[in-house]
Design a protein around this ligand. Structure first.
Ligand code: NAD
Ligand code: UDP
Length: 332
């Protein structure tokens, strides 16, 4: 198939592109390199043995994007492009809605113009907000607590409405839990610019000595050791889920939301200890107050993904930490 991959130069998109290319698909990455570098294309080529096509277009530039679609005429779209920092979204919500919602609408318009009606969208478990119960099932109420999560919820809703109007639309909203890890070759991984917002990239920087200590945001949650619990998923497992979701769009029209997690929750302390083992380094940390807006626990019920896609996670915590550590070392 001819697959347009928005944000394909980024962390999750680049890993997914390696699998798409290896499966024989023709891949066009559409990325403005706002949060990635063009050398990722060489790395994808090294891993997959095939170079993806690239078009450096901003998804919010509707006319330019439509021109790319008229030219390439994709069979399907994987839509990763967007902004993803929760703190930044709280400070600058308009920019988040402009890019994440406005950019998505331009994309859907460009798809409609060329009769492309298969899409897999990068949604997030943040659409659930503070869950009533864990593990979380897909029909749990959606109550995002910040503009980033809202932007994901709006895009899901836009796809639902588009699906009501267009019975040929096949859309899958993949609700990612906490992606972590790197490509086993250490050629691809997550290399955040500036101070990382998320726990594990920060832990990796503390392990190398780039950051002095980790601040643990609260140890008084109602969890076994008091620190926050999340469902960390290996980025290669997540990438594999996209190929299964793509298969579903070929088999079936309709709009579906699917959790992509492992079903296993780990606390901040468990993650520190796992990374300590993988890296054989000390991870100095200090417990501070809770981070505003954080929740105690967020863990997926991944059974719908298995039922609908035949997908489940295969790589465990040790492997996530080992691969992330190899990648971190490769950056030196
Ligand atoms: P990333 O920042 O590494 O990748 C996003 C890519 O999109 C980057 O290459 C960036 O340059 C590109 N991009 C940004 N704005 C663009 C625009 N206007 N036009 C064209 N390209 C643009 O992020 P990621 O971690 O790979 O996340 C991919 C998607 O998954 C995002 O939509 C994110 O919200 C979602 N998601 C990520 C996580 C996570 O923890 N990483 C969790 C849940 C959901
Ligand atoms: N966390 C932490 N220190 C940090 C970053 C995160 O203790 O520097 C905690 C955070 O409170 C949460 C967990 O690590 O319990 C995962 O946070 P992250 O931001 O990675 O993911 P999210 O909260 O978005 O699920």
């Amino acid at each position: 198939m001819r697959i347009a991959v928005t944000g394909g130069a980024g962390y999750i998109g680049s890993h997914t592109c390696t699998l798409l290319l290896a499966a024989g698909h023709d891949v066009l990455i559409i990325d403005n390199f706002n949060n990635s570098k063009s050398d990722v294309l060489d790395r994808i080529e090294k891993v997959a043995g095939v170079r993806p096509r690239i078009n450096q277009t901003d998804i919010t530039q509707a006319d330019a994007l439509s021109a790319v679609f008229s030219d390439y005429r994709p069979d399907a779209v994987l839509h990763f492009a967007g902004l993803k920092a929760v703190g930044e979204a709280v400070e600058n919500p308009l920019e988040y809605y402009r890019v994440n919602v406005g950019g998505s609408v331009s994309l859907f318009q460009a798809m409609e113009n060329v009769g492309c009606n298969k899409i897999v969208f990068s949604s997030s478990a943040t659409v659930y907000g503070d869950p009533d119960q864990v593990p979380i099932v897909e029909n749990h109420p959606l109550r995002p607590t910040n503009p980033y999560g809202q932007s994901k919820r709006y895009v899901e809703k836009i796809l639902e409405d588009w699906g009501q109007a267009n019975s040929n639309l096949a859309a899958v909203n993949l609700r990612y839990f906490n992606p972590f890890g790197a490509h086993p070759t250490a050629l691809l991984g997550e290399n955040p610019q500036g101070i990382p917002n998320n726990l594990m990239p920060y832990v990796a920087q503390v392990a190398t000595g780039q950051a002095a200590e980790l601040l643990v945001f609260g140890d008084d949650y109602d969890t076994p050791d008091g620190t926050g619990v999340r469902d960390y998923i290996h980025v290669m497992d997540l990438a594999a889920a996209h190929l299964k979701a793509l298969d579903l769009t070929v088999r079936k029209a309709g709009v579906k939301a699917i959790n992509v997690g492992t079903g296993n929750g780990y606390s901040v302390m468990q993650m520190i200890n796992a990374f300590k083992r993988a890296s054989n380094r000390e991870i100095p940390y200090r417990v501070v107050d809770r981070r505003p807006g954080d929740i105690a626990e967020c863990v997926a019920d991944p059974s719908f993904a298995f039922e609908l896609l035949g997908w489940k996670s295969e790589l465990g915590l040790e492997r996530m930490c080992a691969d992330a550590w190899s990648y971190q070392n490769s950056l030196k």
